[in-house]
Design a protein around this ligand. Structure first.
Ligand SMILES: NC(=O)c1ccc[n+]([C@@H]2O[C@H](COP(=O)([O-])OP(=O)(O)OC[C@H]3O[C@@H](n4cnc5c(N)ncnc54)[C@H](OP(=O)(O)O)[C@@H]3O)[C@@H](O)[C@H]2O)c1
Length: 255
């Protein structure tokens, strides 16, 4: 089977410090790991960031860090993607519309790892939970928020893939399948929206990154040998900001 080409950040890319000035950007899983760093980085480049996650105390810490740094006041949107249903996403659209009137970008970053076990033994309830959080939630959220993303001239949706989503690997079960699905949704959406709206959609495979999820997946690994979330941010900025307005439907590797 032929794999689609994978893109990387244009060499020498330097984001402008005001790249995301006046942009409203929603980040899911903004309380920890890559999502936290992306939220703080987007705020540092001028965005008003909507911090979505399930653990309020973590979201408050990110909120405080952004405020203390003197960036635009963020907003917190507490939501557990596991239990969220269509109506929750419609309500979310109404709330964001009332507050901001539009949306310039979504970073679909929140995901669960699930069990590292063989398909033969994979628990069906864990499988369904992962599909709910990693696949159904970004689908329902994107669908509900498209009217807000259509309001600005350009908007960007970033999905988050993984190496095991591009090529399945033993014991990665629902996580691998969910990441393949997320990147496929991205491609379908990008194809549907290109030329019809100013919305582009791309996905990032972060690669091995020093976070709690990576430590859970590889407990014997030395985290200090891994790239930090900060090291990935040029690509996260590139795809969210106007430098990528002609790029859509692409699979990116951050490393
Ligand atoms: N780290 C890597 O090496 C690596 C490699 C490839 C792909 N990725 C992908 O990169 C993204 C970020 O990963 P990470 O390593 O930064 O993971 P992380 O440190 O585990 O952070 C994931 C974030 O998602 C949130 N989240 C999980 N389930 C949720 C739910 N049901 N509702 C709302 N929020 C939820 C978590 O909330 P809590 O803080 O409340 O737990 C957390 O803030 C994920 O999509 C992951 O699959 C990571």
């Amino acid at each position: 089977m032929q794999q689609p080409p994978v893109s990387t950040l244009p060499s020498g890319y330097q984001p402008n410090s005001g790249l995301l000035a006046d942009k409203i950007i929603l980040v899911t899983g903004a309380g920890d790991g890559i999502g936290r760093t992306a939220a703080e980085t987007y705020a540092a480049h001028g965005a008003t960031v909507v911090l979505l996650g399930r653990t309020m105390s973590k979201l408050e810490q990110v909120y405080d860090a952004i405020e203390a740094a003197g960036h635009k006041q963020p907003a917190i949107y507490p939501m557990n993607l596991e239990g969220a249903v269509e109506k929750d996403y419609r309500d979310m659209c109404d709330t964001l519309n009332d507050e901001f009137g539009r949306l310039d970008g979504i970073l679909h970053n929140a995901s669960e790892l699930g069990d590292r076990t063989a398909i033969r033994d994979y628990a069906a309830d864990t499988w369904q939970r992962l599909m709910q959080v990693n696949v159904n939630a970004p689908f329902m959220m994107t669908q509900a928020l498209l009217p807000l993303l259509e309001k600005p001239e350009h908007a960007s949706i970033i999905f988050t893939g993984s190496s095991v989503g591009r090529q399945g690997r033993a014991y990665w079960g629902a996580y691998a399948a969910s990441k393949a699905a997320q990147e496929n949704i991205m491609q379908t959406l990008a194809d549907e929206l290109e030329g019809v709206t100013g919305i582009r959609a791309n996905s990032i495979n972060p690669g091995a990154t020093r976070t709690a999820m990576r430590a859970a997946a590889y407990p014997a690994e030395n985290p200090s040998e891994l790239k930090t979330p900060e090291a990935l941010m040029p690509l996260y900025l590139y795809l969210m900001g106007r430098d990528s307005i002609d790029t859509t439907g692409q699979l990116f590797n951050a490393q």
